[in-house]
Design a protein around this ligand. Structure first.
Ligand SMILES: [Zn+2]
Length: 207
């Protein structure tokens, strides 16, 4: 549960998430260590668990607002995929298993990683913005969508590049050489707007 950590501890993640390194400064000494990692985290809408909508919270909307405010905007800006996860209902449990199993997805991911290595000698996550703009060149309608979203979602420069990076990866998983509008749309749908508090539990991944 991410908001249970202190805001200072959470914000200390910003540097390694951005640079893949962590610097420790003492009186006469400063050392830098490698720290490339993938962050996967989860949180409830409020401390009571289910959030105001689930009837388990008696403190009202303030409870969720205060709890979610423990995660700073700059930290959230560095998290690429943010998903609302609604509660599981009895009807969900009766559904058939997903068509694509874990092994098939793992094979598709391995293939996409190979394509990325072959194209630029590294993974999309390690590309500098200029290199990313070359390998993530968008078609006209994809570019129009991203530019429009950058204004309406008030994307930071970092948010813009992180969305482009995710769209490139989605296109790789889709087996596409070019990045299309639908890849951009999917990447944008995974970058949630923080104007309104989340309703269900949340899972998030940053790479
Ligand atoms: Zn609550």
């Amino acid at each position: 549960m991410m908001p249970e950590f202190s805001p200072q501890a959470l914000d200390a993640l910003r540097q390694p998430l951005e640079t893949g390194e962590v610097s420790i400064a003492r009186v006469n000494h400063r050392t830098t260590y490698p720290a490339r990692f993938q962050l996967a985290a989860a949180m409830n809408p409020c401390r009571c668990g289910g959030g105001p909508g689930a009837g388990r919270c008696r403190r009202g909307p303030r409870c969720a607002i205060e709890y979610q405010a423990r995660l700073s905007g700059p930290l959230l800006d560095r998290i690429d995929i943010q998903l609302d996860v609604p509660g599981v209902t009895a009807a969900d449990l009766a559904l058939p298993a997903a068509a694509e199993g874990t092994a098939q997805v793992a094979a598709r991911v391995a293939e996409a990683r190979e394509v990325q290595q072959g194209r630029s000698g590294g993974l999309n996550s390690a590309l500098a913005p200029t290199a990313l703009e070359q390998v993530g060149a968008l078609d006209e309608s994809g570019q129009a969508l991203l530019s429009q979203a950058a204004v309406s979602l008030q994307l930071s420069a970092r948010g813009y590049h992180r969305t482009l990076r995710l769209a490139r990866t989605i296109a790789d998983l889709d087996g596409h050489t070019g990045v299309l509008r639908r890849h951009v749309a999917e990447a944008l749908s995974l970058r949630r707007s923080w104007a309104s508090p989340i309703e269900g539990s949340m899972a998030s991944v940053s790479s």
